[in-house]
Design a protein around this ligand. Structure first.
Ligand SMILES: Cc1cc2nc3c(=O)[nH]c(=O)nc-3n(C[C@H](O)[C@H](O)[C@H](O)COP(=O)(O)OP(=O)(O)OC[C@H]3O[C@@H](n4cnc5c(N)ncnc54)[C@H](O)[C@@H]3O)c2cc1C
Length: 463
């Protein structure tokens, strides 16, 4: 039976109107006109048919929804920002506990903390924190949810200086599988806090508390576009730079196609290219000197270097990932950037099945690797860089070749010397060949899950 029919039949057999009367928010079912919009997520590849979607406005709504699911034998999927690349927040047959309306942020400038509701996006948090000259590492796209990004680790421009988003998480409020409200912090339920620092969904998080850091000056951003045949020598420069890179520098080379815009020479439009891109989050006076090997690269056919506010930096990529396009992403933590790996990266970029696709090398130096590995389930911190292989395309008939390009590229890069595990946020989904994301931490994470979710209502999450 297809997933749509199953959702209709399951919903028809359940007293969903009882749940409706207990929530402040709506409960959307497969017979509602709003159902198709409500089940949609950012990635156009995802086409799941949940049994119902419960829009929660309060912790009480979350408790009622989780209790309803448990009492009626439904799995729970949790949606906050809706930007899970694999679509893990809207699973066929589940009750979706939607926290997107629980969007609030409270900054305590004296304690330098932010308390954040699960529906908040990074754009909201950054704006609130910056009004006090403060910030904490988040993603590089304003619309991603604080919830999913943090529960999957969370890398951004401030990560070399302050670690992953999850490394800055001080406490969480959670509704567990049995409907209990609990707090996890340094004084209690440390195992639950540990799991939330990148280990995915163990319960529904209804509040996050982050440490904030001073950031009250402009930052810098640069890009230098180079022909693909310059990629290997240029990435050697990057490799040398990374050995002693300051914590304020977040240089992330990526491969892509030259856009057909006036910013680029017309004879380069559509060519494959390597882009040496990066942010410098220290004081602007030092930025140019640090970024110079990349900005002044002699082979560059286009380059920019700009000082800007941290908020402008954080929203620079907002037009690059439109809703509804098809995406398939995976990542490989690289133990080395030896010449074999660099050549494999260039070859993969040349083979990409879509001009919208990219491979990004995300740096892992500084605070990310210094932080005590015992404090979080995320592994692979000793990688030199993480290669995020990101396919994007519009034609539904091109799905197989794009997915295969990502898988084949990751297979080759793993063969060329990968660190075990991978960044949870870019793990590529819940398909059977999904990587062993948590490697040596998997058993410990499983034990926490079994403690707080013994019947496994959240077990469709990253295992
Ligand atoms: C355009 C784009 C840019 C990105 N950039 C970055 C980046 O710079 N750095 C980075 O690290 N990642 C990045 N990511 C990956 C992103 O962090 C993950 O996709 C993340 O899961 C999105 O979180 P969300 O809340 O928006 O998603 P959702 O789809 O709402 O949720 C994602 C996951 O978290 C779970 N979850 C959500 N809310 C809760 C909750 N309240 N309690 C318990 N579990 C919950 C869901 O069940 C699901 O498994 C990016 C993704 C996109 C699409």
């Amino acid at each position: 039976m297809d997933a749509n029919r199953t959702a209709l039949d399951t919903a028809a057999d359940l007293p969903l109107e009882d749940l409706s009367t207990r929530l402040s928010g709506d409960v959307v079912t497969p017979t509602d006109l709003a159902y198709d919009d409500a089940r949609r997520v950012w990635n156009g590849m995802v086409n799941a048919y949940p049994t119902a979607i419960a829009y929660c406005h309060s912790v009480g709504d979350v408790v009622a929804s989780v209790s309803f699911a448990r009492d009626h034998g439904l799995d729970v999927s949790v949606r906050s920002g809706g930007h899970s690349v694999s679509g893990a927040s809207v699973v066929s047959g589940s009750l979706v506990v939607d926290c997107s309306q629980m969007e609030w942020v409270r900054i305590d400038p004296d304690e330098r903390t932010a308390r954040v509701g699960p529906g908040a996006t990074w754009g909201t948090v950054d704006r609130a924190a910056q009004s006090f000259g403060l910030a904490t590492p988040g993603g590089v796209y304003t619309e991603t949810g604080v919830a999913g990004l943090t529960l999957g680790g969370g890398t951004g421009y401030l990560s070399p200086k302050h670690g992953f988003a999850a490394d800055n998480l001080r406490s969480i409020d959670v509704v567990t599988a049995d409907g209990e409200r609990v707090t996890a912090d340094a004084d209690g339920r440390e195992d639950l806090l540990w799991a939330a620092r990148g280990g995915g969904t163990v319960g529904v998080v209804t509040a996050f508390e982050f440490e904030l850091h001073p950031l009250d000056h402009d930052v810098a951003y640069f890009e230098s576009w180079l022909p693909l045949d310059e990629a290997t020598p240029s990435l050697r420069t990057y490799r040398d730079f990374q050995r002693t890179a300051p914590d304020e520098a977040c240089v992330f080379p990526y491969f892509g196609s030259v856009p057909a815009t006036a910013a680029f020479p017309a004879d380069r439009h559509g060519d494959d290219a390597l882009v040496l891109a990066g942010a410098y989050t220290g004081v602007p006076e030092n930025a140019r000197e640090v970024c110079d090997p990349f900005v002044a690269h002699e082979a560059a056919f286009a380059s920019t270097f700009d000082a800007m506010s941290y908020l402008d930096l954080q929203s620079m990529m907002d037009d690059d990932f439109p809703d509804g396009r098809r995406y398939y992403w995976k990542s490989v933590p690289l133990a080395t950037l030896d010449d074999g790996t660099l050549e494999a990266l260039s070859e993969a970029a040349e083979r990409a099945a879509s001009t919208l696709s990219t491979i990004v090398l995300w740096p892992m130096h500084g605070a990310v690797e210094r932080i005590d590995t015992e404090t979080s389930p995320v592994v692979g911190r000793d990688a030199v860089a993480v290669a995020n292989v990101e396919a994007a395309w519009d034609d539904p008939l091109a799905t197989t070749e794009n997915v295969e390009w990502v898988r084949e590229t990751c297979r080759r890069l793993r063969g060329d010397g990968a660190v075990s595990g991978t960044l949870p946020n870019f793990a590529g989904g819940t398909e059977p060949d999904a990587e062993d994301v948590y490697a040596e931490n998997a058993a410990r994470l499983r034990a926490v899950r079994e403690r707080y979710d013994p019947t496994g209502i959240f077990t469709h999450e990253r295992a």
